[in-house]
Design a protein around this ligand. Sequence first.
Ligand code: GLU
Length: 443
Amino acid sequence: MSVSFPLSRGRSTERPKLPVASIPEGMPRESSNPYHNALQQLEIAARHLELDPGLHEVLKSPERELTVRFPVKMDDGTTRIFTGYRVQHNIARGPSKGGLRFSPQTDIDEVRALSMWMTWKCAIVNIPFGGAKGGVVCDPKALSLAELERLTRRYTSEISIVIGPNTDIPAPDMGTNAQTMAWVMDTYSMTAGHTVPAVVTGKPVAIGGSEGRSDATGRGIVCIAGEAIAEFGMKMEGLRVAVQGFGNVGGVAARIFHEKGAKVVAVSDAIGGLYNEEGLDIPALQECANRDGSLTKHTGGVPIDPRKLLELEVDVLVPAAIENQITAENADRIQAKIVIEGANGPTTPTADSILKQRGIFLVPDVLANAGGVVVSYFEWVQDLQFFFWQENEVNSRMEAIMRKSYADVRQMSRNAGVDMRLAAYLIGVKRVADATTIRGIYP
Ligand code: GLU
């Protein structure tokens, strides 16, 4: 039997340096490391909140980090070692919650950042969870279904010492889906000796998933966009929208924008993008993407570079792909009136400052894409009670939470005279800091 080594081998551990234009004095440092960016965002909030330095240290540090290296039998009979992580950033407000990312680019710092963003996200929408995230360094597109199943089951077994319905509840993220969650639930349940649906959310409805979960992140984004455009006196009808990313977040958001009468003029996936001034036929594009594995084969528009899509003159831009898309290099070319962050961490802190100076209204990831984890919370509650809700009830409850959270953040932004990201952080970080203070430090 041959043993080959982790996929990360041979991959440079150095993150690519972001091309930096001249960054004006006093602006945050530009970094492509998401954890550095997450720490910078926290630092800005801590300064505004005049947070006790000890408490700031507590919030900077992920509480628990597990790295696992595990073998998987490949279809060709060889064995490969994979590296996986589960990071629990904070549990002051409840069990930790957050997705599992399968990606060749993931590493411990990305998972740390994503876990910290989950802590703030859950606090901002006021659901009783802390933040966590997991990841496996792998390219899921290069694995067969059987290999993916074996990888998921072994990874679940490795992290089962830290996950559980009362402790830490995974969910889908990039590179994982409802089927992955079904394998996680089944593997965990086999060891427990009974079915534990609440160990994971984003499962298929047939095994305790929630109605509305698969569309929840995209639906929440469109709901938040609706609140934001109303302030600008704009309507959904005819709204010009560009969406970067065509997966479970961008694809669903594009579809719902289209259903509500918006003109989605550009979308892109990992391979390329498509532009049509008159608005793209999103259902047809979706069919094409499902059939061909990419939307780029569709003929209903002209090709556009996904990076250039970000610079289109649109009403609403939704970066819903990966981190570090709006940076110091391109922030001064963004022409959208409103940016609604669908991905986690698509805008660097330096780019944030540039957009703010240029008067572009940005709704941050920790608010804009929280619809997913809100419905994950509903799924967890339904699983614990073995009592399930109708889809319209799920959607309307989620939208009510999103609208209230938007209103709270907007009010904070007005009262404190700060941008929407900082306003969201002032609410989220304070809730977590308060919970920590009220609980006290053990022993
Ligand atoms: N991965 C999603 C996020 O980044 C969902 C997490 C969850 O539902 O727990 O918000």
